[in-house]
Design a protein. Structure first.
Length: 261
């Protein structure tokens, strides 16, 4: 099926609708990205970093705090995008019947889903930007390479938003989201080079970690904050683009099967 035939600029209306709702509660939404990094920096900077000390990362001696800071940014991108197209989109689809209302307009299903994914990526960018401002105040983000975190947040947000929508097309009820969170999100949170270098893992675990999208998002974020832009990063960039493309296509097909009887 050619999905592009069912997508026009009208998807921006879906994005605009979600923005209008967000503007009513933005003050609450702004607090976590501002306060979370302070808690993490206090825990890791004042506590764990003193135990870990400096260590070798890709041939460079690095303190633990500069190592963990970009991972926190990548995790923020993942969480905000994924949870928006999983829990939030499911609520709009199943409980609030917002999708039904939008489909009663000239909007196509593909435009509704595209708008949802774009909005989730926008939330990821907003949250990552707020967190970056806080982390930058501690001197953990160098510039101008730190500016690359913004387009990275767009790509990472799109990738995890599309993945979240795939699960939304599959789960029978909202409680079932516990499964993809436990089997997909939590392993990435722990084993994607976020809290310790991948080189600390056995060889088989390192190869497995390379199949996880958060691994590549973390690698790219860390390259931006450590100002180490290397050719090998093109693989991680390509991975995220392909991952988004596959998940986007699966999300459109899955949601069509679910909503179009």
């Amino acid at each position: 099926m050619n999905f592009q035939a069912g997508i026009s600029r009208r998807w921006l209306r879906v994005w605009q609708r979600n923005l209008s709702v967000y503007r009513r509660t933005w003050r609450i939404s702004f607090l976590p990205p501002l306060l979370e990094p302070l808690l993490y920096l206090a825990a890791f900077g004042l506590g764990l970093s003193r135990m870990v000390g400096d260590f070798s990362y890709r041939g460079q001696e690095i303190a633990y705090l500069p190592f963990i800071a970009p991972a926190l940014l990548a995790i923020t991108m993942m969480y905000n995008a994924f949870f928006e197209t999983s829990y939030a989109s499911f609520v709009r689809m199943y409980y609030q019947k917002t999708f039904d209302a939008m489909l009663a307009t000239p909007l196509t299903l593909e435009e509704v889903i595209t708008g949802e994914i774009a909005w989730a990526a926008t939330k990821a960018v907003i949250a990552a930007t707020l967190m970056q401002l806080v982390i930058s105040a501690f001197g953990l983000v160098p510039y101008p390479t730190g500016l690359l975190l913004l387009p990275l947040a767009v790509l990472g947000g799109l990738a995890f938003a599309a993945a979240g929508m795939v699960f939304t097309s599959l789960v029978p009820n909202i409680e079932t989201f516990n499964l993809p969170i436990f089997l997909f999100i939590t392993p990435m949170f722990l084993f994607s080079g976020t809290f310790f270098p991948l080189q600390n893992l056995p060889a088989w675990a390192r190869w497995l970690a390379l199949t996880l999208p958060l691994t590549h998002l973390t690698e790219l974020a860390r390259a931006c904050t450590l100002a180490r832009l290397e050719p090998r990063l093109l693989w991680s960039l390509l991975y995220l683009v392909v991952f988004f493309g596959i998940c986007y296509g699966l999300a459109l097909r899955g949601m069509r099967r679910r909503l179009v009887k």
